[in-house]
Design a protein around this ligand. Structure first.
Ligand code: GLA
Length: 673
């Protein structure tokens, strides 16, 4: 019978096909030494499992499954469909993806397939079925892993097969009526009117900007096609291998916008995510923290699995910074603090050959007599010590609304400025809340908002009427709603909401903007009114009139000099704020401090810009996580048992510079009697 997942699983991708039998034996011995209890097997094994169309080679995988089982290691078994073998693309070059300017993406790397190809889908489902039939009862099997990072390199394909699939998708969306599509796409503009669906194409490279709604729908379609590939494999696995959970690894991180993971999450038995730091960015733990909270949002608040991250450097950024001592453990604990029930890595053993040979692994090229290996062993010990947190989750009173469709719409071309980036405000508000020790959920606008007292709405460019109504209802019921600029501008079809900006939120906010006044590159303006003196802002200002709101802060200079920059309006039992400019970090900090005070949100003890403090809550118990990124020790007033050291703490926890701590609180939720 298949086995459950380990409580707080530890391990990584295992690619034994790259190594000899002797190495496999050493691998298992070292995995045991490091406390590895879950490996992801077979991600890129298609060519090994099916070396020719009618020849199957399962012997090596049987051996691996059996020996891992004997070593007490459970398996997250991949369906191996991530990268078609050369025989397939050689035989059927029509499965290869094509870029918007007509270039074929050839085999030789990975993921060389068109997400809409029925041929690819047939071959993939045959492989998936064969694996499910063979291993569904294997005692090592804990989890199925569909494909790998769907859409990582082939999210958008513009080939003729994709074009036909896009038309089918559009017919469904627009009631098979081209007049409805014409309306939605605003084709009265630039003579774009279609009189038959057959004339419609993906937004291939054009003399100038392609129709924005065509672009937006193509992004929706592309995400849906990839999700369909997941669902098709998942359904095979559910049928042939019932009772074994199915996942696919997301890429929730700043670099990845293509897949609508907040919708995808509903289709997975358990969400898993891959996260890689941006090496060039100082303070990358903040982007990590935001992404981890967003991953919990994709999982609907349930625990999730960190499927991949790196022990140290990656190989695919221009300059690949090695992690500093302790950084890997801090990164791992930040994910766990925000709901991860597994800490897995790419990959077990650093490769000798291939494009990823300079990517770090649990076992480095230099072997076990290394600081890296010792940290891996230490991480495993830490995870064992805090294992009791598995299954618990977060309970927060602040939420950030996040929507991939708004992201896509917001960053299309032909906008007032190229400098509005969708995740920018969301991450900055999250950073400021975290620095105050306020936990925050990152959720889709359609989520139930009733338990939130502070609802932040950063750059929600595209909104439905339902979202606008839900936010008004939340404010009336007592929430404080905070909307930032370039929100509520268009409807689902990317049509401007008329009558003054921000159309969807004008009434709620009590403001009316008649014109955007974006700033030039490098231009800064001053804003006064927040406690503590003037702050600077850049990127965005607007010609804003008060229509029921009061000004909290005002522009001192720049094109909006004298006009409100931040406004507030009491609404029912709550309030609605508008932030009409891009405040600098100090400005965001002051605004957030004021909001947190006004709303009286709980601040976890000891938090600061460099000390992450978060809480997981379970049945009758809670755990405070402290991740100290500072070069000074951190002091945290908490009572309970610190699990990493096993020590009791009575209000005076000291976490060493660069260290981590997890305290089972003396009273659940931190309320000491
Ligand atoms: C992704 C992939 C892995 C590997 C890593 C390298 O996450 O899923 O196969 O390529 O990137 O960072």
């Amino acid at each position: 019978m298949p086995v459950p997942l380990p409580a707080l699983a530890f391990g990584g991708d295992y690619n034994p096909e790259q190594w000899s039998r002797e190495i496999h034996e050493e691998d298992r011995a070292l995995m045991r030494e490091a406390g590895v209890d879950l490996v992801t097997l077979g991600v890129f094994s298609w060519a090994w499992l099916q070396p020719e169309p009618d020849r199957w080679e399962f012997g090596w995988l049987d051996d691996q499954m059996d020996s891992l089982h004997s070593a007490g290691i459970r398996v997250d078994l991949a369906t191996a469909t991530a990268s078609p073998p050369p025989w397939l693309t050689h035989r059927h070059p029509e499965v290869l993806p094509v870029t918007h300017d007509g270039r074929t993406l050839w085999p030789g790397g990975r993921q060389a397939f068109c997400p809409s190809s029925p041929l690819y889908r047939d071959y993939a489902l045959t492989l998936c079925t064969a694996l499910a039939e063979r291993y569904s009862e294997h005692p090592a099997l804990a989890l199925w892993h569909v494909s790998n990072e769907l859409g990582c390199h082939n999210a958008r394909c513009y080939c003729d097969v994709s074009a036909a699939a896009f038309r089918t998708w559009l017919r469904r969306r627009y009631d098979d009526d081209v007049a409805v599509l014409n309306d939605a796409w605003g084709t009265a503009f630039w003579s774009q009117r279609y009189d038959d669906f057959e004339q419609v194409l993906p937004p291939r490279v054009a003399p100038t900007h392609a129709n924005p709604t065509q672009q937006l729908d193509f992004l929706r379609f592309s995400s849906d096609q990839l999700l369909d590939n997941f669902v098709a494999e998942r359904d095979v696995l559910h049928r042939v291998s019932p009772g074994v959970p199915v996942t696919t690894n997301f890429m929730v991180m700043r670099q990845t916008a293509e897949m609508d993971y907040l919708r995808w999450g509903r289709e997975l038995d358990v969400v898993s995510n891959d996260h890689y730091l941006i090496a060039a960015e100082a303070g990358g733990h903040r982007e990590l923290a935001f992404s981890a909270d967003l991953t919990r949002g994709t999982a609907g608040g349930r625990p999730w699995l960190l499927m991949e991250h790196s022990t140290s450097a990656v190989n695919w950024q221009p300059r690949n910074r090695a992690k500093t001592p302790g950084e890997m453990i801090r990164n791992s604990l930040s994910h766990v603090a925000r709901g991860a029930d597994a800490v897995l890595f790419f990959q077990w053993r650093a490769s000798r050959a291939g494009a990823e040979k300079f990517h770090s692994g649990l076992l480095p090229h230099a072997g076990t007599d290394t600081r890296q290996w010792r940290e891996v062993v230490e991480l495993s010990r830490v995870l064992d010590a805090v294992e009791e947190v598995a299954g618990s989750t977060a309970r927060n009173e602040a939420a950030i609304l996040f929507d991939y469709e708004a992201w896509w719409g917001c960053e299309l071309d032909s906008h007032p400025t190229v400098d509005v980036r969708y995740r920018d405000r969301a991450e900055d508000l999250h950073r400021a809340l975290s620095a105050l020790g306020v936990g925050v959920d990152v959720v889709h606008p359609s989520a139930d908002l009733s338990s939130y007292r502070l609802v932040l709405v950063p750059t929600l460019y595209l909104v439905s009427d339902a979202t606008a109504a839900a936010l008004t209802a939340a404010a009336e019921a007592g929430a404080t709603v905070v909307v930032t600029y370039f929100s509520g501008i268009v409807d689902e079809h990317d049509h401007v909401r008329l009558g003054g900006y921000p159309g969807a939120f004008r009434d709620l906010l009590g403001v009316r903007t008649t014109e955007f006044l974006p700033l030039l590159a490098g231009q800064q303006v001053r804003v006064e009114g927040l406690e503590g003196g003037p702050v600077t802002a850049d990127v965005w200002t607007e010609d804003l009139e008060l229509a029921g709101a009061e000004a909290v802060a005002t522009h001192v200079d720049g094109p909006a000099a004298g006009l409100p920059a931040i406004t507030r309006r009491p609404v029912g039992a709550g309030a609605a704020w508008y932030v009409a400019t891009r405040l600098d970090a100090a400005g965001t900090d002051r605004l957030v401090e004021r909001l947190v005070t006004e709303v009286r949100l709980e601040r976890l003890p000891g938090a600061s810009p460099l000390v992450e403090v978060t809480r997981r809550v379970g049945e009758g118990a809670s755990w405070l996580f402290v991740v100290n990124h500072d070069s000074e020790p951190a002091e945290v007033a908490v009572h309970g048992v610190e699990l990493v050291s096993g020590q009791e703490v009575a209000g005076d926890l000291v976490v060493a510079a660069g260290g981590v701590a997890v305290v089972r609180e003396a009273a659940a939720g931190g309320q000491v009697a």
